[in-house]
Design a protein around this ligand. Structure first.
Ligand code: 2AM
Ligand code: CA
Ligand code: CA
Ligand code: CA
Length: 266
């Protein structure tokens, strides 16, 4: 039996330490490199932060597995055992351009089941976390269950890249009507931040095109602990080890977004 209290204690301590290390680099410009395209950035700090976690986890929990964005984890064949899914810096573009609005995200799963979720706001030093079945917290404050909200009063996190024609939906029949009906939209540039903003009620929903496991693994556990819904655009469960387009929303609003708006554009 895994000792989840011990795992949680280490995860929190390592997040704090990793956050301090990132802040201590702020005076020096990071080394910025590109990955799949010129807008897909990674820095030496993303890489060093992921290595910080992989070293700690391997030294402390040698039987745990690791999936990290920057590739310092393991080659996973499946979901068996305990897996730490890590995004060392979620919002690298914000990290490079703004030195804020980026998060460290960690989701810990056991045999595919959610166990512990963490999203750490390094600059604000605010930790969002959840233990599956035991609720979610913003620092030490327990987050209340999410209430229902009509579309007319909803603030929705959505990226402008949806306006460019894409293969997932037709923006003219689905997202433009949704943006018209909603109270407002916001784009923050960090998926993990947008997940926890839904969990805290600062956003009512977040709709995003294509996220990898490390982008959503931590935030999904936190949102679900307060009654939020996290699915693909068809309302189906996410593939934890794959890439998914995602709708995150308050209960009720989630069904309306999928049924009234997104199903028309597909
Ligand atoms: P990242 O900063 O860890 O790469 C930006 O809107 C959000 O989408 C961030 O959470 C970012 O995570 C994520 N994202 C996923 N794939 C991306 C890509 N290819 N390029 C830029 N951001 C990406
Ligand atoms: Ca990235
Ligand atoms: Ca990410
Ligand atoms: Ca990242």
């Amino acid at each position: 039996m895994a000792n989840w209290t011990l795992i949680d204690k280490h995860a929190k301590a390592w997040l704090q330490e990793a956050g301090k290390r990132i802040i201590s680099t702020f005076a020096t410009a990071p080394e910025v490199m590109t990955k799949s395209n010129p807008d897909d950035l990674v820095t030496n700090i993303d890489q060093e932060t992921e290595q910080f976690f992989t070293k700690k986890i391997r030294a402390t929990f040698s039987d745990h597995h690791i999936l990290g964005e920057e590739g310092f984890g393991d080659d996973l064949a499946g979901l068996s055992g305990i897996i730490w899914i890590i995004d060392p810096i979620d919002g690298t573009t914000n990290f490079v351009h703004q030195q804020r609005n980026f998060m460290i995200s960690i989701g810990i799963y056991e045999n595919g089941n959610p166990k512990l979720g963490y999203v750490y706001d390094v600059v604000y030093q605010e930790l969002y976390h959840a233990k599956a079945g035991e609720g979610a917290y913003w620092n030490e404050k327990k987050l209340p269950p999410l209430d229902e909200v009509p579309v007319e009063k909803a603030l929705i996190g959505i990226n402008s890249t949806w306006l460019i024609s894409n293969r997932l939906i037709d923006p003219k029949t689905s997202l433009i009507p949704l943006v018209n009906d909603a109270r407002g939209t916001r784009s923050y540039g960090s998926a993990a931040l947008e997940f926890v903003f839904v969990a805290t009620g600062r956003l009512d929903a977040y709709i995003t095109m294509r996220l990898s496991p490390w982008d959503f693994a931590g935030g999904k556990i936190i949102v679900e602990e307060v009654g939020g819904k996290v699915t693909n655009l068809k309302g189906e469960p996410l593939n934890i080890l794959g890439k998914n387009p995602i709708v995150v929303a308050k209960p009720g609003l989630h069904e309306i977004i999928i049924q009234k708006y997104l199903s028309k554009g597909m």
